[in-house]
Design a protein around this ligand. Sequence first.
Ligand code: HEC
Ligand code: HEC
Ligand code: HEC
Ligand code: HEC
Length: 408
Amino acid sequence: MKAQYGQVLLVDNGGFFPEQDDYQDAAWFLMDAMKVLGVDAVGVSEKELRYGRSFLLVNYKRSQAPLVCANLFERATKKTLVAPYVIKKVGTVTTGIFGLTSEKVDLGSSRDSLVIEDPATAAKRTVDELHKKGATVVVLLSMLGKVESEDLVTAVDGIDVVICGRNIPLLQKGRTIKATVACYGGEQGQYIGRTVVNLDPARKMTSGENDTYILGPEVGEKPEILTLVKSFEDSFNDKLRKKEKEKAVKVEQDRLNGGATTEQAVDHYLGAEFCQRCHKPEYDQWKTTKHSRAWQTLVDAKKDAVVECIGCHVVGYKQPGGFQTAEDASRLANVQCEVCHGMGTQHEAYPTQARRITAATCQKCHTQNNSPTFDFAVYQPHILHKAPDHMPELPKSQARERMLGAGK
Ligand code: HEC
Ligand code: HEC
Ligand code: HEC
Ligand code: HEC
């Protein structure tokens, strides 16, 4: 289409988060992929809130995927959760694209923090604003359902194109409703719709038409995206397999222990790879500290199987979800985030715990015996994720001699 037409916009209607509970990885991967594909705007539905509001927001920020929704508001700030619209200039045409989500849905865990405004009110306001800002063509990404989308574009003037979403039966040929070209795409990323808009000299729509195509094998793959997808799938599948295995082992253990436990409800460690997804800068800084190499120290000293040595060089030794055996090394070796911040499953409580990382947190490991030169005021600046203005010099560590014995 890009080869055939000079001025092309690519949009996605939203509703793309997976159905499964533990498929967060697929959700953020899709957001990244849309960015790579150069999607110009992406709609939002309650599906995108299924892993919680912060998950969506963190990945929205991180991936910079161009999410739009004009009627989804934060209750506290009265601001829209994501951008209400985007304005794109392609060639000579300035197009405004906005999103609407249905009022009739359950927002799950975000129920209390978000509100959905009446779609028609939001549409009128947004269309006006887009026109004022110079958009001559207006596109609506609608998650309202078929009848509701059609009613809305009939009631609100100025919407040139609507992409209908939410359980929409596929219509290969779109329709014109009053003055709006409507697209009824299929599901599950198997189809792509093409809406061709004819413009007058003022760049306003005079007419348009829509067709939907199935993305069959004849369409071909985009090599760089295929590589990205394959490598994602491989690591994701590995992870799922591992999880399945862990579950099976757990069930077996529970059986041996005579009955099920409530492990899932018990707080546990998750590992730094999990935290990294949302806290990349902190992770990168942590990588530069000795904490991130503490396990290698034991391996080099051939002490990685010595029970007395492991505890302070890993995460949560012998605790729920913590380091149990060398098999856990890939995920839980080294002095990781949760050693200082607490179990990842208590993440919600971190903000209230902030600035409570005190000398006592460190002295669980930096004991008189193993870290005789430890002084919180001197050591702490060296592990802070943002370098402080003053960085006191660390004393020469005596740990090596102490722990490996003199002469080694
Ligand atoms: C899905 C994204 C996500 C993941 C994964 C995640 N965090 Fe966070 N974290 C956040 C967000 C968002 C905040 C900001 C506070 C909020 O709104 O809850 C935050 C806040 C924090 C804070 C600061 C609290 C404060 O306000 O001072 C710490 C510390 C933290 N996270 C550590 C971790 C650690 C350690 C892990 C891994 C166990 C982790 N996070 C995993 C998203 C995430
Ligand atoms: C789970 C145990 C553990 C906790 C908790 C811990 N550390 Fe450490 N720390 C270590 C180990 C082990 C090393 C040595 C790593 C290596 O080099 O193999 C280390 C090394 C260090 C070093 C580098 C010292 C040098 O030789 O240059 C600094 C600085 C440090 N820790 C600061 C802190 C501070 C500050 C805290 C508390 C906020 C803290 N650590 C909490 C285990 C811990
Ligand atoms: C009570 C916690 C604890 C235990 C147990 C422990 N370590 Fe450590 N280890 C530390 C801390 C803390 C440091 C960093 C101390 C410092 O630099 O001030 C450290 C540092 C080291 C270092 C120096 C790393 C470097 O940067 O050069 C070596 C080597 C080491 N440990 C090996 C061992 C061995 C071997 C054992 C078992 C005999 C062991 N540790 C048991 C906490 C512990
Ligand atoms: C040795 C202890 C230690 C480790 C390990 C550690 N942090 Fe921190 N982190 C701190 C301290 C200290 C602060 C400053 C705030 C405070 O005192 O609570 C902090 C603050 C933060 C904050 C709040 C933003 C900021 O910079 O103030 C985030 C987010 C965070 N850490 C994430 C992580 C993640 C993710 C990891 C692992 C990759 C990690 N931390 C590992 C000690 C640690």
